[in-house]
Design a protein around this ligand. Structure first.
Ligand SMILES: NC(=O)c1ccc[n+]([C@@H]2O[C@H](COP(=O)([O-])OP(=O)(O)OC[C@H]3O[C@@H](n4cnc5c(N)ncnc54)[C@H](O)[C@@H]3O)[C@@H](O)[C@H]2O)c1
Length: 351
């Protein structure tokens, strides 16, 4: 039961693709009841209502937010609707867990955070790749000082061919805000920033390309108005540098390649996926007594919190969620800067 209000928290989910995971997250928390779902796709709405036995279903998300007397709302729609729906839900008195990317632009992300502060509600961002045993084990070692100050890194997610829902909203700049950088890159940037202790970006320089996806779009007569590859360099206020790469289509040797390598004064770490799967390995490199060691993480014993449960617990315990609005804003600064840098052909410096 929710300590603060003496009853279960009433939860609602908007957008029933990834939102189905949010439903399961809330339904498995003992202090929550999932009372409403919203999706403009009536088929998906009916399916979720029946499958998860949800009392109320809405085709209009704003109507749900106004009528369903909710404490918690998840926003899991195409990116364009993250900011307006989050702001509407916060203003209606709900805590909001918004999917990544936080928003289409930094300005939107800042407006979301300002609204959360003004309404005194929690705002969390679903940076789900932090919430794994491997990521937590590495974070533990960084926090224990094994790596020392991290001064250089590289964080990457490449797909050989993997434009999600080709021809749909993911490849439409109006609805998505960008391509693989805003979709996949956000996860790897967030993971790197979290492990690095969230230094503040001071400048970025980036390039975007649309070669392979553009060719396919012409051949298949599909809409595609975002990049298929983005790459860039980010410099931070503590002197550290991070290289960022993200693609949905690249003439690479692996179908799915994720790697985050961070190099510190005392050690280095690499978190990467195994053979194109979503199974990860973690290694740490150190020098001890003049000898160079490679430590391979065999088993991670610390179970990470479930992302949805962490958000609910942050409400019950009146603390910040693990992945908070400020973290989303740091990532969004980098996304905005890289896209602007690519468009204007120059380095972007942040004030
Ligand atoms: N954290 C993760 O690992 C992860 C994984 C996948 C997707 N996502 C994010 O989740 C979001 C949704 O992605 P998806 O893969 O589920 O997309 P999707 O297209 O499968 O689902 C989006 C749903 O939102 C509905 N919708 C669109 N506009 C709406 C509106 N205004 N009101 C109500 N419903 C609306 C659509 O009908 C659709 O059912 C994206 O922002 C994506 O980046 C995150």
């Amino acid at each position: 039961m929710a300590k603060a209000i003496g009853r279960k928290l009433r939860c609602g989910v908007i957008g029933l693709g990834m939102g189905r995971g949010h439903i399961q997250g809330y339904q498995s928390h003992p202090a929550c009841e999932l009372v409403a779902v919203a999706d403009m796709d009536e088929g998906r709405l009916a399916q979720a209502k029946a499958e998860f036995k949800v009392p109320h279903a809405y085709t209009d998300a704003l109507e749900m937010v106004k009528q369903a007397e909710l404490d918690v709302v998840s926003v899991a729609t195409p990116n364009k609707f993250h900011a307006p729906l989050t702001i509407a839900a916060l203003k209606a008195g709900c805590h909001v867990l918004c999917e990544k990317p936080m928003a289409m632009t930094l300005a939107e992300a800042l407006a979301m955070q300002r609204t959360a502060v003004a309404c005194r509600k929690k705002l969390g961002i679903n940076f789900s790749y932090r919430f794994s045993a491997m990521s937590f084990a590495l974070k533990q070692q960084v926090d224990a000082g094994l790596i020392g100050k991290i001064y250089f890194g590289r964080t990457v997610w490449h797909r050989r061919r993997g434009m999600p829902g080709f021809g749909g909203w993911f490849g439409n700049k109006e609805l998505a805000g960008g391509g693989p950088l805003i979709d996949l890159g956000v996860h790897r940037i967030d993971l790197a920033l979290w492990l690095m202790g969230h230094p503040r970006p001071v400048s970025v320089s980036g390039s975007t390309y649309n070669i392979i996806a553009a060719r396919k779009a012409r051949e298949e007569k599909k809409h595609y108005s975002v990049e298929d590859l983005a790459a860039g360099i980010v410099k931070f206020d503590n002197g550290a540098t991070l290289m960022v790469e993200a693609s949905w289509a690249l003439n690479n040797n692996e179908n799915e390649h994720m790697v985050t390598s961070l190099y510190g004064e005392k050690g280095g770490l690499v978190q990467k996926n195994r053979n194109g799967t979503y199974d990860f390995t973690a290694e740490i490199y150190t020098e001890e007594g003049g000898n160079l060691y490679t430590k391979v993480l065999d088993q991670a014993v610390t179970q990470p919190p479930n992302a949805y449960h962490d958000f609910v617990d942050s409400i019950l315990q009146d603390r910040e969620p693990l992945a908070k609005a400020e973290d989303g804003i740091r990532v969004q600064m980098i996304l905005d800067g890289l896209y602007r840098s690519a468009a204007e052909g120059r380095e972007i410096r942040f004030k």
